[in-house]
Design a protein around this ligand. Sequence first.
Ligand code: ZN
Length: 282
Amino acid sequence: MIVKEKQVCAIVEDLFGSYMEELTNETTRHMVEEHLKECKTCQKKYETYLLQTEERSLQEEKVSQKFRRKLSRYRYQLVGIIIGIVLTLVVMIGGIAISIFLAQKANVVDNYTEDIAEYGKFQDYAGISKLYLFPSKKEMNMENTSLEKYVYECYGSKMYQTYQIYLECEYSKEEYLAEKERLKNVEEVDKEKVVQNSEGDFKYPGVYAMLNSEGCYEYALFLEEEEKIIYVYLQGSVDRRELKFSEEYLPVEYGQDGSSYENEKEYTMYSLTTEELEEFIE
Ligand SMILES: [Zn+2]
């Protein structure tokens, strides 16, 4: 078959793309090269083809650059949004944490004094005991009575507080005997009496109105030689390390680890009903 010149030109023109990208086989490439050497028309067409191709790829490059720029702008916006969300979360969580902390703080009862002028204010306190052993302010104002030490601490949540009330009085001989007599005869309404401590519950002789009743203690100790009387009220598990008075005035078996001991021995002269107990816990 004889191929006319014009037909060759058309075939070569069709092959421009493959030729340029070197996708043709050896023979075809050779054929195209030979023809381009001889045919001016095709030479011109090929040059034009190359120019157009270059132009097109430049255009494409521009478009893709534009696209990339747009994309990076979006990326910045995205990062901005994420930072915004994170900051908002941090502020929210921080706010919640602070309000929980403040709410807890507001819920803590913490009354403490060593000021003897404040003595007696505990009379309207919320504790479990009626504090019959502690002398009234009037009784304390006896002429020859010397107040050595006073501590009042109420600490805990609004639901439940621990108490340590401590009073140390030094009396004249006469007043000492009178006070001892008063203490031994302290009675509840239903005539339940204080117990005279003679069974090694304390290091010192004394009387108690409560012994480990609901973890509460109320007692008075007689320091015979000094003519002193120690009055103590403990409620809840007052940690030994938090104690504001000498450990020697604690009940002998008071918990070593800070909790009150679970002695089988329990006593209260107060006839506390379940309702009274619940009321005090609330
Ligand atoms: Zn040609």
